[in-house]
Design a protein around this ligand. Structure first.
Ligand code: DQA
Length: 151
């Protein structure tokens, strides 16, 4: 069981190669190393999951709910990527998870195309952090950490 599970959706495995003017030069491994270092500093364990498949993302969220199992988590930080704007299935899965949930986006989705302004998952998350690159994740981890410590 991890304290914080960081979930990344479709195409985020392409960080570093994908539209670097929007998403920067860091790879997903670079992101994960920075997040992992912060979690260690905060005294929390973290796990990482990335998938390009909606059903796999739903399953990992369902598994995070199962307290006492290896795949369980106490908090979720999630960048659902394009599924943010389309997936009722991910929203429903996140509704099952009762711990702290923070939605993140690397880019400022509000400055981009209209279709990125709608999120199906924001309403079931505790907070949203957008537009700050890797800092979106790091701030989300700090928020999740605080919410865990308060619970
Ligand atoms: C993103 C924003 C989404 O609109 C987009 O589909 C992504 C990445 C972000 O982190 O900025 O894949 O979630």
């Amino acid at each position: 069981m991890n304290d914080i599970l960081v979930i990344n959706g479709p195409n985020l495995n392409m960080f570093g190669k994908r539209e670097p003017e929007i998403y920067g030069a860091d790879t997903l491994a670079d992101y994960e190393a920075k997040i992992d270092a912060l979690c260690s500093e905060l005294g929390k364990t973290c796990g990482f999951f990335q998938s390009n498949h909606e059903g796999e993302l739903v399953t990992v969220i369902q598994n995070a709910v199962r307290a006492g199992t290896e795949d369980a988590a106490r908090a979720i930080v999630i960048n659902a990527a394009a599924y943010t704007h389309t997936s009722i299935a991910m929203r429903d899965a996140l509704s099952l998870f009762l711990g702290p949930k923070i939605e993140v986006h690397v880019s400022n989705v509000m400055k981009r195309e209209q279709f990125r302004h709608q999120s199906f998952i924001s309403a079931v998350c505790d907070g949203i952090i957008v537009g700050l690159g890797v800092n979106s994740y790091l701030l989300a981890v700090r928020a999740a950490n605080d919410l865990l410590d308060q619970s």
